[in-house]
Design a protein around this ligand. Structure first.
Ligand code: ZN
Length: 292
């Protein structure tokens, strides 16, 4: 008996990835930039185009998406990252377009499930997957169960508050972790300080050469994330926290973070790990979640 093939999509603010997956192994993989500015229909179509010729031998489709996901629907998403995404019935849309059974998860929740089933957290009971990229997200597996909560909101670390006097967040709250520690926040702070558009990688390069203003921006972001990780440790006390995402895996950012983590009292200091599945964690997790 061969293991069934399950398709997976990972829809983020920057890129859409698709894969054919079997028992945690990625057999084929495709990726395109997310046409976020062209609206939700364009994003859905771009995702479907990636799956086009793969649907015939697959038994199900797992979708990982940014935003708060509940019952296949997008309950809430940051309009600055995926405009028009809130309210979409992703489960229904992809079910009718592909003819496959579909299950949908938040992207960080999917990555947490992927790392728990097939990656760095295999064999553990409790793990948090924290992703820092365009936004900040997290997924929680507690005692072997993926925790999604009453409305899918569980684990949304990026929308916990670190600054009551901070910026208004896309979610409607004030001073969320995402407004200080995300890639979007780094770009905004760099723009304010340097008066020029600077992507996070360019900012890290400046800071790495000793540019004091650059270092201050990165340290503010890192310090906010450290406090959020300390809060998460206090709430869930997972055995491992896996830090993923383009920024989370940047070596300069990671070195700053490891240094700053030492400022937390020992019981609040997470055991930090790297994603074993890399950028495929969301795809593998979504596929595992959808596997019948
Ligand atoms: Zn928020």
């Amino acid at each position: 008996v061969t293991d069934p093939i399950v398709l997976a999509l990972d829809i983020g603010g920057t890129k859409i990835a698709a894969a054919r997956v079997s028992s945690g192994r990625v057999l084929d993989r495709r990726e395109v930039p997310t046409p976020a500015r062209e609206g939700p229909q364009a994003v859905v179509q771009a995702a479907l185009d990636l799956l086009a010729d793969w649907c015939t031998d697959a038994v199900a489709l797992g979708v990982a998406s940014g935003g708060v996901i509940h019952d296949g629907r997008v309950v809430l998403s940051n309009p600055k990252i995926l405009p028009g995404w809130t309210g979409l019935d992703l489960g229904g849309i992809f079910r009718s377009a592909t003819g496959l059974p579909v299950r949908v998860l938040n992207d960080a929740q999917a990555a947490a499930w992927g790392e728990y089933r097939y990656g760095a957290a295999r064999g553990l009971r409790s793990v948090a997957f924290v992703t820092v990229s365009t936004g900040v997200g997290a997924g929680l597996v507690i005692d072997g169960r993926l925790v999604t909560g009453r409305t899918g909101l569980a684990g949304h670390l990026g929308h916990t508050q670190v600054d009551p006097h901070g910026e208004v967040c896309g979610c409607g709250r004030v001073g969320c972790v995402e407004t200080v520690a995300s890639g979007t926040a780094l770009v905004r702070m760099a723009q304010a300080v340097f008066g020029a558009a600077l992507d996070p990688r360019a900012l890290f390069e400046r800071a790495a050469t000793g540019d004091v203003r650059g270092i201050r921006i990165v340290e503010a972001a890192v310090q906010a994330l450290v406090q959020a990780l300390g809060n998460l440790q206090a709430l869930v006390d997972p055995e491992l926290m896996i830090l993923g995402g383009g920024i989370g895996q940047n070596p300069f950012y990671r070195a700053c973070l490891l240094r700053a983590l030492r400022t937390l009292p020992e019981p609040f200091r997470p055991h930090l790990g790297e994603p074993l599945l890399g950028a495929d964690a969301g795809l593998v997790g979504a596929a595992a979640w959808a596997t019948p």
